[in-house]
Design a protein. Structure first.
Lengths: 135, 188
């Protein structure tokens, strides 16, 4: 039989997250070994901390920092203020997750001896990757 | 109407690693063959998956028929739902130009002994037969193991067409969910 597996993507890999953030327009991203405080739009330090941070100056004048805080199980959870969720909504998070999955997949396929043969964006925005075994 | 209901594990509308060209793929739910090392064990139970109708399956295929070359039936063990599967395949053959490729764990001789064998073989362009044998893992040309045999039942395809099939694909939805498929899939 041919194989079928479906996975709900969880963000765990920092490198793939940084590449995904670049894909959605954020090239200036801080990465810290230990979580650092986020700051609000008035420069006020927030109680929230995160390992991966987009500082507010790269987001917008009235924006707060956006963070990605690593949880006990290794997954990153987005910290986005209520104000910024108007723009960086669930739809934005889904787009980010798709780009994350793409970069995570590309990294894994090379580790497992595959090459990327074709890549297409299909109806509905699906990304379709076809793999071949390395010769 | 037992002949009109199918239990499915999964459906992909447009696959590029489950047969020649772009194909819809149905993974049937339920299998009692118990091949050691089977890599779809979650397809074995007849209580899981989605119960649906032949008509619903046909409509899903029909909706994408202009974008695909054929239909692949995998599992699970498709021939353990033979009567409703036949009803579906007969509609596909009568109402579309799609090719049909079926993967089964039964051997050719076992298939031939089934009462509906002639009807089934009349609906299929390719039938790949035989239990998965993990000691003879092949994972290419749509054959999981080297003992599996591809039977070409029409002029539509030959061995070269199966050799050209990509071993793996990844489909990432707009929400970021990942589907991995193929005869030699990537592991997440």
């Amino acid at each position: 039989m041919s194989h079928f597996t479906t996975i709900r993507t969880q963000i765990t890999d920092t490198d793939a997250l940084i590449k995904a953030l670049a894909d959605v327009g954020f090239n200036e991203v801080e990465v810290h070994q230990t979580a650092q405080h986020l700051y609000g739009y008035q420069g006020d330090q927030r109680s929230q901390t995160a390992e991966v941070i987009i500082r507010r100056q790269h987001i917008g004048l009235a924006s707060n920092d956006i963070g990605f805080k690593q949880q006990g199980d290794g997954t990153f959870e987005a910290i986005i203020s209520e104000y910024d969720r108007k723009k960086y909504s669930q739809q934005w998070l889904e787009r980010l997750t798709q780009r994350y999955a793409y970069h995570a997949a590309v990294a894994k396929l090379e580790e497992q001896g595959f090459t990327l043969n074709t890549e297409e964006v299909e109806e509905g925005g699906r990304i379709h990757l076809v793999l071949r075994r390395m010769a | 109407m037992i002949n009109s209901r199918l239990r499915l594990h999964a459906f992909i509308a447009e696959s590029r690693a489950n047969g020649p060209g772009v194909r819809a793929v149905i993974w049937m739910q339920g299998c009692t063959l118990g091949c050691p090392g089977c890599f779809n064990p979650e397809t074995h139970s007849f209580n899981d998956g989605e119960e649906t109708t032949v008509n619903d399956c046909f409509q899903r295929i029909s909706a994408v028929s202009s974008r695909i070359e054929g239909l692949t039936i995998s599992g699970g063990e498709p021939l353990q739902q033979l009567r409703p599967l036949l009803a579906l395949l007969q509609r596909v053959k009568q109402e579309t130009d799609l090719s049909v490729l079926i993967l089964t764990g039964y051997t050719w001789d076992e298939v031939r002994r089934m009462a509906e064998a002639d009807e089934l073989l009349a609906c299929a362009d390719v039938l790949i037969t035989g239990r998965y044998d993990q000691e003879r893992r092949l994972a290419r040309d749509l054959r999981g193991s080297a003992n599996k045999i591809a039977h070409f039942l029409s002029e539509r395809y030959d061995a070269g067409d199966l050799q050209a099939v990509a071993p793996a694909e990844i489909i990432i939805s707009a929400k970021g969910d990942v589907v991995m498929s193929g005869i030699d899939p990537m592991r997440w």
